[in-house]
Design a protein around this ligand. Structure first.
Ligand code: G1P
Length: 284
């Protein structure tokens, strides 16, 4: 069955970016002039995803408004003959009915957020995108993964090597490289200390999951940080069916981290003809 649906957990509080995120959802922080969530939604749609599922929470209405029409703004832009800006604003909005919102009413972790989408996803494989992980690539990373999924028909997570001392920030993978950037995963562990980490191969925020994950998440077992972890559910899933890692082609920016976010801004600005010359001059 084709992967048609993508889940975006967007209920997080964004405490690492306070005070900026006191009234603004962290997913609305812009890299240059595009909010993080828009990059992720565009990646999904450009990969062939047909339905966007936001698992949202209190204080996140800016996200809903961002993907809806703003007739007042459109009228003002029209009256001022700002046709180019109007096109940019109109292009954000997917066809009506494409986005479905559900809420996570308690901050119980990433696994719990995904479980909140169980009835909207139903009994079919689906994708998960974490907007904090912004990936610059020629071909959308989710599209790269879907190509492998269509052949392997098993759950899959994007992976990359991280510094050994940073394993406690990620889900870490123990696995064997099999073919074509694909890793056969033997074990997954959420945020292990560098001393106990089985490797420095980390899960990055792009997943394709089979629906069996929902039953496991429904058991609501607590893991690292006393949260219901997606990584732990995948560790249980791989006892029943294969789970693969995919070494993606692209540069990933950790936009949940201030330094990573600033680096993303610089990297994306340097690709823009209207900005690159000034940025280069400033660095000189
Ligand atoms: C989450 C996952 C973790 C993964 C990471 C990727 O952690 O729990 O396994 O490695 O995303 O960004 P978080 O960054 O939400 O703490």
């Amino acid at each position: 069955m084709k992967v048609r649906k993508a889940v975006f957990p967007v209920a997080g509080l964004g405490t690492r970016f306070l005070p900026a995120t006191k009234a603004l959802p962290k997913e609305m922080l812009p890299v240059v002039d595009i909010p993080l969530i828009q990059y992720a939604v565009e990646e999904a749609l450009n990969s062939g995803i047909e339905q966007i599922i936001f698992v949202t929470g209190r204080g996140k209405t800016a996200l809903e408004n961002h993907f809806d029409r703003s007739v007042e703004l459109e009228n003002i832009l029209k009256s001022k003959n700002k046709e180019d800006t109007l096109k940019v604003v109109e292009a954000i909005v997917p066809e009506t009915g494409t986005i479905i919102y559900t809420r996570q009413n308690e901050p119980l972790g990433l696994g719990h957020a995904i479980w909140c989408a169980r009835d909207v996803v139903g009994d079919e494989p689906f994708a998960v995108l974490l907007a904090d992980d912004l990936i610059k690539s020629k071909e959308p990373v989710l599209k790269q993964m879907l190509q492998r999924f269509n052949r392997l028909r098993a759950s899959m997570v994007a992976v990359m090597e991280v510094a050994k001392e940073e394993t406690n920030k990620y889900g870490i993978i123990d696995g064997k490289d099999i073919e074509d950037n694909v890793v056969d995963i033997q074990a997954l562990i959420e945020k292990p200390d560098p001393e106990s980490a089985p490797s420095n191969l980390a899960a990055i925020g792009r997943y394709i999951l089979t629906p069996e994950i929902f039953n496991i998440l429904g058991e609501k077992k607590r893991g690292a940080g006393n949260e219901i972890q997606l990584t732990d559910a995948m560790e249980i899933l791989l006892k029943k069916q294969p789970v693969f890692g995919y070494r993606f082609d692209g540069t990933r920016f950790d936009c949940g981290d201030k330094a990573g976010f600033l680096m993303a801004n610089i990297a994306f600005a340097m690709e823009r003809d209207d900005l690159a010359p000034q940025i280069k001059e400033f660095f000189k």
